[in-house]
Every structure is written in structure tokens, then in C-alpha cells.
Design a protein. Structure first.
Ligand SMILES: CC(C)(COP(=O)(O)OP(=O)(O)OC[C@H]1O[C@@H](n2cnc3c(N)ncnc32)[C@H](O)[C@@H]1OP(=O)(O)O)[C@@H](O)C(=O)NCCC(=O)NCCS
Length: 132
């Protein structure tokens, strides 16, 4: 897509990126996993697991419309590498209708910002596949 067109489309979409706060936020991640990856029930990370991950230092972020509907999200699990706490970026998904507006990029920047806020300064040395 041409840069000018991308910038124009990016300006059209007003979103707030924030950590998950409510049960609705965690549940929305289930709908998005089904829609984006076509996961079977057994493959879906359930709200309880995402909540537990966030309780121990993980970061689940949503990108919200004005009506606080979440159509995109990313999830990071905490883990250590060589004894140093890092964030394993596990899932990033943007619903089809919102793609190529720069939302995925903004979610990645928000992950970085949130990690730095928590004094996590190192990226993982290895990556693990997040989908089938
Ligand atoms: C990957 C994804 C999150 C990108 O979201 P997005 O909001 O459209 O991303 P942006 O608008 O910020 O960036 C779009 C750019 O990423 C590129 N891109 C999209 N999917 C990509 C992929 N799997 N690998 C490499 N680049 C990809 C696009 O081609 C586009 O490139 P361009 O800027 O050169 O035109 C979205 O396509 C998605 O949800 N895909 C399905 C799930 C997935 O593969 N998640 C990533 C692994 S967990």
C-alpha cells in the first residue's frame, strides 16, 4: 500500500491502546482468537489463563474504539532468559477489517512502552511460534 494512502487510513481510525481491565476485555480475546486463527476450542487461551499471566507480570493489551470495543489485542507472557526477566510476545491479532491501518505496529510499540515502564529492557533471544 502506498505511504500516503496508509497515512490517510491511519488517521481515520481512532483507537486507545490499554491493558485489559474487565472480564469483557479478556473474553474479547477469545472471540478474536477464533476469528483470526480459526482455533478449535482446545487451542484457545482462555480468559482465566490470560488473567493469571497478567497477575504474574504478563501484559495483555487491547486496542479500543470509542465504545470500548476491542477488535485487536496482543499478549505477552513473562519469562526469564539467562536469569533475566523478559516478555515473551505470544500473540498479536488484528481483525481483518482493521488491518493495514498501523494498528499492529501501534500495539507492538505499546508492548515496548509497557515493558520499559516495568524495567524490562531485553528482547527474547529466541522466538516461539504463536500459531499453527
Ligand atoms: C500481523 C497483523 C497483526 C498485522 O496487523 P496490522 O494492523 O494490519 O499491521 P500494520 O497495519 O501495523 O502493518 C501492516 C504491515 O504488516 C505486514 N504484515 C502483515 N502480516 C504479516 C506477517 N505475517 N509477516 C510479515 N509482515 C506482515 C503487511 O504486509 C503490512 O506491510 P506494509 O507496511 O509493508 O504494507 C495482522 O495481519 C493479523 O492479525 N494477522 C493474523 C495473525 C498473525 O499472523 N499474527 C502475528 C503472529 S502472532
Amino acid at each position: 500500500m502506498a505511504q500516503g494512502t496508509r497515512r490517510k487510513r491511519r488517521d481515520e481510525i481512532k483507537l486507545t491502546i490499554a491493558p485489559f481491565q474487565s472480564q469483557t476485555d479478556y473474553k474479547s480475546a477469545v472471540d478474536i482468537q477464533r476469528e483470526v486463527w480459526k482455533f478449535d476450542d482446545i487451542d484457545i487461551i482462555p480468559p482465566s489463563m490470560l488473567l493469571a499471566s497478567d497477575h504474574i507480570g504478563g501484559i495483555s493489551l487491547g486496542a479500543y474504539n470509542n465504545d470500548r470495543r476491542n477488535g485487536r489485542f496482543c499478549v505477552q507472557f513473562p519469562r526469564t532468559e539467562d536469569g533475566i526477566l523478559i516478555q515473551h510476545s505470544h500473540m498479536l491479532a488484528v481483525r481483518q477489517a482493521y488491518r493495514n491501518f498501523g494498528v499492529g505496529y501501534r500495539l507492538k510499540l505499546a508492548q515496548r512502552k509497557e515493558s520499559l515502564k516495568r524495567k524490562i529492557r531485553r528482547s527474547p533471544g529466541r522466538s516461539i511460534r504463536c500459531s499453527r
